[in-house]
Design a protein around this ligand. Structure first.
Ligand code: SME
Length: 161
C-alpha cells in the first residue's frame, strides 16, 4: 500500500529535518532520495523553484533521475510551467496526449506536479515522472503537498536566520 510508504517517508523526512537542521537544498535532496528509494513508480523526482532573478521563470533544483537539459522552464510552458501559472496540481495520465508538454525521457508515461507555497506565495514545485501510465492520484498529491510543506518550513526558517 503506498499510503503506508508515504507515511514512513514523511516520518523519516521529518526526523531528518529535526535532527540534521538541513539547508533547503539539502532537505530537497533528501526528499528526492527518500522518494526514489521507496516508491518504485516514481522514476524521476525533482524540484523546480521560482527564479529569484528572472521574471516568470522556474529553475531546476535538486533531483534524482536521468539528467535533464530543462534547467529553466518559463511559466506557462510544459506541465511544470502550467502548474506555475495556475498554482494548482497537474496530474497527467498520458503525457503523449499533451500538446503543452516538455519531454525529458521517452520512457515517461505519466506525470504529477504539485506547487509549493510559502504562506501565500508560490515558491516552486515538486515534479515526478513515472514510466507507468496513469501512475498518480489524489493520495500522491496529498503526500507530495506534505513534502512541499515540510520544505517550505525549512525555507521559512532559513529566511529568518
Ligand atoms: N515534463 C516536464 C518537464 C520537466 S521534466 O519532466 C524533468 C514538463 O512538461 O514541464
Amino acid at each position: 500500500m503506498p499510503e503506508i510508504i508515504f507515511k514512513n517517508i514523511l516520518k523519516e523526512f521529518e526526523t531528518f529535518i529535526q535532527s540534521q537542521k538541513p539547508s533547503s537544498t539539502q532537505a530537497m535532496k533528501k526528499a528526492c532520495e527518500l522518494i526514489d528509494q521507496n516508491l518504485d513508480y516514481y522514476n524521476w523526482t525533482g524540484f523546480y523553484m521560482v527564479s529569484q532573478t528572472e521574471e516568470r521563470m522556474l529553475e531546476l533544483g535538486p533531483y534524482v533521475g536521468s539528467k535533464t537539459e530543462h534547467t529553466k522552464i518559463p511559466f506557462g510552458k510544459g506541465i511544470c510551467g502550467q502548474t506555475a501559472e495556475s498554482q494548482d496540481t497537474f496530474i497527467i495520465d498520458d503525457v503523449n496526449q499533451e500538446d503543452n508538454y516538455i519531454a525529458c525521457n521517452i520512457d515517461v508515461k505519466s506525470e504529477i506536479v504539485v506547487p509549493m507555497f510559502l504562506e501565500e506565495d508560490m515558491i516552486g514545485q515538486i515534479d515526478i515522472d513515472s514510466n507507468k501510465p496513469a501512475a498518480f492520484g489524489k493520495t500522491d498529491e496529498i503526500f507530495l503537498s506534505q513534502i512541499c510543506l515540510l520544505i517550505s518550513q525549512v525555507i521559512k526558517n532559513e529566511k529568518n536566520v
